[in-house]
Design a protein around this ligand. Sequence first.
Ligand SMILES: [Zn+2]
Ligand SMILES: [Zn+2]
Length: 245
Amino acid sequence: MNPIYRYIFPNKCMFCMEELEETTTDICNVCYNKIKVIEETFCRRCGKLRELEDDLCLDCLTRGHEFEAGRGVFVYDDRVKKALFGLKFYNQTWIARKMGRIMAEYYLEHVGWEIDYVMPVPIHYFKYITRGYNQAGVLASYFVKAYNEQMVQYQGNPVRLLKKGLKRIKWTAPQKDLNPETRYKNLENAFIVNAKIMDEVKNCNVLIIDDIYTTGATMDVCARQLKTAQVGKVFFITAAMGSGL
Ligand SMILES: [Zn+2]
Ligand SMILES: [Zn+2]
């Protein structure tokens, strides 16, 4: 393999960083047996792991959400945490290539809500400049690529990626340092829908993509903005589901 290609797209397990011998897999055998994919018992609104099937979590029962429904692929454990940390802070965008594809496969196999547009949760411009990329944006790109490739195969409708469909206009404190109530307050007026795409997305269904879902504050605030812009239904998918709340 070309060494530069190998550097950009290393053939490593995205969870433990071990070199993989096979080129057809993204995860080593050890991690494959440890990682938990959320496939059966989950909250039918927000996708959080539940003990019983067809059940709403406490959060969805008491608070309700602005989005229609959402799902996370992996249970957020130490391995998933490490992978998402590398993707977010250490330039390991190759992880998004594998993760985005897995998210698309998961979506097509287990979810399948009808969607027209995909939008990543945006980061603030200053953060974008220093980091050089938005991790949710990279995930969304690979998600859409894999999704549309499958759609061509099955003659279904492709989705359109609107990387800048949502904009972050306020610099906010990291959500992980805040309790659930202040998380909503912290995000007040933080996002807007890009005025350039408002007409296009009207009455269309939107899927929001992010790396992790915890209390849902970010998704709710983004969904509210999209609803104000008169889109149809708002769904989300994240790589991982946190256990917050
Ligand atoms: Zn591994
Ligand atoms: Zn829920």
